[in-house]
Design a protein around this ligand. Structure first.
Ligand code: BG6
Length: 536
């Protein structure tokens, strides 16, 4: 990152690469490569991948002969028709603020399409033929490729096998080998600990770990990366960052959207697999990990794995008082009436899939012993809002506001806003101006916020996560991708909860009205410990 923050509120452009790489990543350092997208006619490609590619092109961050080979099942599609669809998608995307046709035309001429049935070897011959055409102008050493698997888990296995067997993506033990071949895998990575292990075993029998980029797009979000900078590039927070000063932590990922057209996927996944196993566990790991010796990918990931392995496992005895699940009922979100989860397309009328969950975890190590980490996530909540809130202990002795009529003082809260309005705020108590003391014998005290907003400080909203992550793949920067042991450590935490809930269906399933902040059961969960959920 190249933000020269030296006093004042500089208006600077922040490059979208992850902060962990060498300072000065730029177009000339992103290797020439071809991105091969499997699942190119799907939603992710048009909603996330192409807007990210377009922005990288607009910022001159792609190598001059970067190319995309889009692979999809549609046999009638061709280069021209695919380019046209992507252009329309860019026009509709919220992530493309100013569409410049000249930028698009330049990128579009490097976009190609190949119709292929991913399960059949013949398809890979067709891909090879197209890659040979695309790469012919590049010297052999620069025929780098990354294969982006934007596909459902059921076709994941045949694709990686064919990629390896066909020689399209050779295994490279040496990370410096050129041309490189990388595999980018979208979540969900497995459906359980067992399936994640099997998937890791398969992938690692075909490729080396340094070739595998497991995406958790939350790690590409600016504020998520900022957790480490805030903690470890400042000296004022770290001494307080422990059980002595922190009473509890609340991690929230709230969404206003429902399951939309993803009923089939969501019925299988539910909120715990969709949000907790990956995104929320990553937020927990970054918040709770020890300082790594350096910011290299493995040093950071080693610390994340260590903390995930210290999370106390939930048991059948602890689950009833440590976790709640619920589904949204009909309600109003931003004044629009919306249907209940069970009335969504492709959802069973008696579905047991939770769309909301809240859980309390403990981390059994010296730093965090007995500090509860509350996590919650749900669809169709009041608004889209994600944050990490660090709640500090109350002062040991209070001299203010002791009399009736004076409200109880609020402990300090440090809030890391992940989205929207990315930033950081610290809430603390101040004296209300006025001379009431002499009359009432009491200082009047009120909470105020000290607030940092990314947009105000840097003049631009942060780069979308996929932009950062795609560029990181091109430059070989792995810090923001999850390693195999990390994925398995997260599943180990989540598996007992999923198994228990599958064996003990809720009867009836708790509900919360769409547009609310979740079920009453979640309020009870946290209030048993004497706390309340923050309402953003
Ligand atoms: C995805 C989940 O990983 O993250 C979605 O599958 C969810 O269900 C999305 O909506 C949330 O991400 P963001 O970046 O929109 O907050």
């Amino acid at each position: 990152m190249t933000a020269p923050v030296t006093g004042g509120n500089p208006k600077v452009n922040v490059r979208p690469t992850s902060m962990f790489g060498t300072i000065g990543h730029a177009a000339e350092q992103a290797d020439a490569c071809t991105m091969v997208i499997f699942g190119a006619t799907g939603d992710l490609t048009k909603r996330k991948l192409f807007p990210a590619l377009y922005s990288l092109a607009a910022e001159h961050l792609l190598a001059a002969d970067f190319a995309v080979l889009a692979v999809g099942r549609e046999m009638t599609e061709n280069d021209q028709s695919f380019r046209e669809k992507m252009r329309v998608a860019l026009g509709e995307s919220d992530e493309v603020k100013h569409f410049d046709d000249a930028v698009w035309q330049q990128l579009a001429q490097r976009v190609f399409y190949c119709g292929c049935t991913a399960g059949e070897p013949a398809g890979y011959d067709a891909i090879q033929t197209r890659l040979t055409e695309i790469e012919q102008s590049r010297p052999e050493q620069k025929r780098n490729r990354f294969f982006y698997l934007a596909v459902p888990p059921s076709v994941f296995e045949p694709i990686v096998r064919h990629l390896a067997d066909s020689g399209l993506a050779p295994r490279h033990v040496d990370p410096q080998a050129r041309p490189w071949a990388r595999i980018v895998v979208e979540k969900p990575f497995g459906h359980s600990l067992e399936t994640a292990r099997a998937l890791n075993a398969l992938v690692l029998s075909l490729f080396a770990e340094h070739q595998v980029y497991r995406i958790d797009h939350f790690l590409g979000k600016e504020t998520v990366q900022n957790v480490l900078v805030l903690r470890f590039a400042n000296s004022i927070f770290e001494p307080l960052w422990n059980r002595r000063w922190i009473s509890h932590v609340q991690i929230t990922a709230a969404e206003a959207v429902g399951v939309e057209a993803r009923g089939v996927y969501y019925e299988e996944a539910g909120v715990v697999r969709d949000m907790f196993q990956n995104h929320l566990m990553q937020l927990l790991a970054l918040t709770a990990m020890e300082p790594p010796p350096s910011m290299t990918a493995d040093a950071v990931r080693d610390e994340k794995v260590k903390v995930l392995r210290s999370v106390r496992w939930l048991t059948p005895e602890s689950i009833p008082t440590s976790a709640v699940r619920a589904q949204y009922s009909a309600g109003a979100v931003k004044e629009n009436l919306v249907a209940s989860y069970r009335d969504e397309p492709d959802v069973a009328r008696d579905s047991q899939t939770p769309t909301y969950a809240a859980a309390r975890f403990f981390i059994d190590n010296w730093r965090w012993k007995d500090v509860p980490f509350y996590m919650r996530s749900g669809k169709r909540l009041a608004k889209r809002y994600s944050e990490i809130a660090i709640h500090f202990q109350s002062p040991p002795h209070l001299m203010f506001g002791g009399e009736a009529g004076h409200r109880a003082l609020q402990p300090n809260v440090l809030v890391l806003r992940v989205q929207p309005n990315e930033g950081v705020s610290l809430n603390f108590e101040v004296k209300v101006p006025g001379a009431a003391v002499a009359l009432t014998q009491h200082l009047e005290v009120a909470p105020v916020d000290m607030d940092f907003s990314y947009t105000e400080a840097f003049g631009e909203s942060s780069a979308p996560a996929y932009e950062t992550l795609l560029l990181d793949v091109m430059i070989g920067e792995m810090t923001l991708f999850t390693r195999s042991d990390e994925v398995e450590a997260a599943w180990k935490i989540i598996d007992p909860l999923l198994n228990y809930w599958e064996e003990h269906p809720a009867s009836p399933m708790p509900t919360y009205p769409a547009g609310s902040w979740g079920p009453a059961e979640a309020d009870r969960l946290i209030s048993l410990d004497g706390f309340r959920w923050r309402i953003p």
